[in-house]
Design a protein around this ligand. Sequence first.
Ligand code: 5GP
Ligand code: MG
Length: 179
Amino acid sequence: MKDDIERVLIDEEVIEKRLDAIAAKVERDFPEGTLLVIILLKGALVFAADLLRRVSRQLEIECLNVASYHGGTDSSGRVDFLDRGFPEVKGRHILLLDDILDTGRTLHAVKARLAEAGAAAVHTAVLLAKDKIRDEEVSVDYVGFRIGDEFVVGYGLDYQGRYRNLPYVGVLKESVVGK
Ligand code: 5GP
Ligand code: MG
């Protein structure tokens, strides 16, 4: 698996330090009361697990399965909600977690859906944000790292379902993506 990586963009230690800072900010920013965390699967799984263990607040967790990428390295332009149900969010203060902000379509669609369902407030955190013009303008409250407009894997992010368990964020070799 590691042989497929061209270069490491953000290593594990750097990510962990950044998560300490984001967790501290989350603790300061949210009002008293139980927080509802919504994790966008599967990409935000690793980010969420590492971040939430640093947040010493009462919280509940819900997960949503959405897809905007369908196995390749380009966004399909459509956001599919893959779950049968939708969590009860009426009146709740929500922290929405995603792995990466790219075109902005995913977070835009999910935030709209949460607002429609009556959420009191939605704060958003992403591990990564690509430096590019977005198809949908979306405000994000916590950004782990800003990166260039290139396809990355690891720390939850996949290529064709694989590489999510790499402990760092990296770029795949061209020979792997081309295959
Ligand atoms: P958006 O809707 O903002 O275009 O994209 C969000 C989703 O696209 C992310 O949750 C992620 O699943 C996928 N995505 C966007 N950029 C990348 C990338 O560089 N690498 C991987 N593995 N997934 C990405
Ligand atoms: Mg994803």
